[in-house]
Every structure is written in structure tokens, then in C-alpha cells.
Design a protein around this ligand. Structure first.
Ligand SMILES: [Zn+2]
Ligand SMILES: [Zn+2]
Length: 234
């Protein structure tokens, strides 16, 4: 008659050990996710934005910059505005090998992106092989893989290659960013091209990297390129 009691204790202990914890504040996870109710409530959803570049705006529409100089991207879906708690998750994912943070970001992105115009394939914004070796993984691919699975879309990490090792964009101003990534991407020759591609990346700042990747894909014959990013820096 003692066994159920021991089992009960053991089950309770393992439940506590295995229960999801908030990656931000270590509180108990909400709805089985690695984020607590309080942090979930504070998520800065980017609900109204420029449809072309994802810039947060008071209503959905097109921002002045995109009206003046239409970007290569047909549409940008930036799920969040960069801020708490994304400013904790993104650096952990990007610089500290925290792949659980990336999985959580992909989970959060999948819901809103299910209603985005459906592409023929998801393409992660490639890092240069040198950078992948330094970091040990490719963060855009780590986001794109679970997204493709959640939305039942083909994943094509083979399509786009980074052919120039560029300086980190975070150290440059807008003009320098554009020059830095011009001709940084190449589409694999003779690849079977999807008609409509969604480029996936973690953070969009000026959009220079995504625009350069989109131009390479359009130049190779892709008809339409959208961007799907986790967070937009306003
Ligand atoms: Zn929390
Ligand atoms: Zn815009």
C-alpha cells in the first residue's frame, strides 16, 4: 500500500522538474509554453504596420518611405515590435546558444503567420558559412525549421547563399548597412525556383539585409518575395 504514495511523490517531483519554466523570469510556464502568463501578457504584438516593411504604424497601410521607394519585398509580417520580452529572448537565441529561446520565438510567430498570404516555400536568410562556424548554428534556419513544420510549408535552406562575409549590421548606419549587404547573396544556379517565397529572419532593423536577399531571389526569377520576421525595430 506504500507504493502509490512513493509514486505520487515521484510523479510530483518530476512534474515540477519537467514543468515548463518562463525563459525570461523562471516563473511557471503558461499553457505548456516556456513563457509565464505575465511575460506573455506583455508581448509587444505588432498589430498595425506598414504592409511593405513592417514598420509599426497607427493603422495598416504603407509608410512614406515605401510609397516613395517601393521595396523589393511585396509584404513584411513582423510579428512583434522589438522590446520586452523579445529584447531578452533574441540576444539569448542569437549570441548565447539558447535554442529553446528560438523555439519559443518560432512558436509565437506561427499563430499570426498562419493567416499571412501562403508562400510556396520558406527560405531562411542565410548567414555566411564563416559566421555559422563561429556561432555553431544558423539562427534564421533555427526559426524557419519549426515554422515550416508548424505551417506545413516546404523549407528551402538550399536556395539562398551568403557569398560575402559582411560586417555585423548592428555596427553600421542605414546607408552603410545597404552598401554592406549589396551583392551579399546568391541564388544557387539551376535550382528549382518556388514562385512565391517567404524569407525568414529574427529581427528587422532597416531591412537592408532582407531587401538584398529579396533582390537576389527576384533577380533569379522568383515572382514574389515576402519577409516574415519575429521582431521589427521601430
Ligand atoms: Zn515570465
Ligand atoms: Zn514601409
Amino acid at each position: 500500500m506504500d507504493a502509490p504514495k512513493v509514486d505520487g511523490w515521484w510523479q510530483h517531483a518530476t512534474r515540477l522538474l519537467l514543468a515548463p519554466r518562463c525563459l525570461i523570469c523562471r516563473e511557471r510556464g503558461h499553457n505548456g509554453a516556456d513563457m509565464c502568463a505575465s511575460c506573455t501578457k506583455q508581448l509587444p504584438w505588432n498589430l498595425t504596420s506598414c504592409l511593405r516593411c513592417g514598420l509599426p504604424m497607427a493603422t495598416n497601410g504603407e509608410c512614406g518611405d515605401c510609397l516613395q521607394r517601393p521595396p523589393a519585398l511585396t509584404q513584411t509580417r513582423a510579428v512583434f515590435v522589438y522590446g520586452f520580452p523579445l529584447d531578452r529572448l533574441v540576444p539569448r537565441f542569437k549570441f548565447h546558444h539558447d535554442l529553446a529561446a528560438g523555439r519559443l520565438m518560432a512558436e509565437l510567430m506561427a499563430g499570426p503567420l498562419a493567416s499571412a498570404p501562403r508562400p510556396d516555400a520558406i527560405v531562411p536568410v542565410a548567414l555566411h558559412p564563416h559566421r555559422i562556424r563561429q556561432r555553431g548554428y544558423d539562427q534564421a534556419l533555427e526559426l524557419a525549421r519549426p515554422l515550416a513544420a508548424a505551417l506545413a510549408l516546404p523549407l528551402r535552406p538550399d536556395l539562398l547563399h551568403r557569398v560575402r562575409a559582411t560586417a555585423p549590421q548592428s555596427e553600421l548606419d542605414a546607408g552603410q548597412r545597404q552598401r554592406n549587404v549589396a551583392r551579399a547573396f546568391r541564388v544557387v544556379p539551376h535550382a528549382a525556383l518556388p514562385g512565391h517565397v517567404a524569407l525568414v529572419d529574427d529581427v528587422m532593423t532597416t531591412g537592408a539585409t532582407l531587401q538584398a536577399a529579396a533582390r537576389a531571389l527576384l533577380g533569379a526569377g522568383v515572382r514574389r518575395v515576402d519577409a516574415w520576421v519575429c521582431a521589427r525595430v521601430p
